[in-house]
Write a protein that binds this ligand. Structure first.
Ligand SMILES: [Zn+2]
Ligand SMILES: [Zn+2]
Length: 188
């Protein structure tokens, strides 16, 4: 977090805690109208329907010939995504056809999140102050605020993610908590 504060301070921003709002990003200097305050690549992202996994265009799409799940508009996007998709592709290809159909964008998002963490741990993908799993870890899961029906849904989704990943170091509970983190952002 200290590294993050350093990176933010250079851009006139800081993370502060407020009793009524919780953790917040605040400015430490004035900004001009139209000035970009912050620009950040998502840790992971997945298009909602048939779009290129790299640039999100919906034209000229071709399915990855190995997994038949992920689409690309061409070899440029496919190559840029290959470090991560190589692992995802292997995992998806092991599933039988019926199971593969149940892999929704939300499931893929969680699978990619853990695969990206793995690649950053192994230094295959570089880690920076604003691009690391600790920032995902620091998000609040609000597990105590959600009802039982929602918890059951997260547990079911976490089960599928666990089955796809086959990584013994990750627990279903941890995956369910991450779903809760991600959905709180989507719904708030
Ligand atoms: Zn593309
Ligand atoms: Zn593939």
């Amino acid at each position: 977090m200290e590294e993050l504060q350093g990176a933010l301070q250079a851009g006139g921003l800081t993370v502060s805690n407020f009793p009524d709002k919780g953790r917040s990003l605040v400015t430490t200097r004035d900004f001009y109208p139209g000035e970009v305050i912050i620009s950040q690549e998502p840790y992971v992202c997945v298009p909602n329907n048939s779009r290129c996994d790299g640039c999100f265009t919906d034209t000229n799409l071709k399915k990855c010939s190995a997994c038949q799940v992920v689409c690309y508009c061409g070899s440029v996007c496919q190559k840029l995504d290959w470090k991560l998709h190589r692992l995802e592709c292997q995992a998806l290809s092991k599933l039988d056809k019926e199971r593969r159909k149940s892999v929704t964008p939300t499931i893929r998002l969680m699978v990619k999140l853990y695969l990206r963490r793995k690649l950053q741990n192994e230094k295959v993908i570089s880690v920076t102050a604003t691009d690391n799993y600790n920032l995902v870890e620091a998000l609040v899961s609000h597990m105590l605020d959600i009802d039982e029906k929602q918890l059951v849904l997260y547990a079911q989704m976490a089960n599928l993610v666990n089955l796809i990943l086959q990584l013994p170091e990750i627990s279903i509970k941890e995956i369910a908590e991450n779903f809760s983190k991600v959905f709180i952002i989507l719904l708030s």
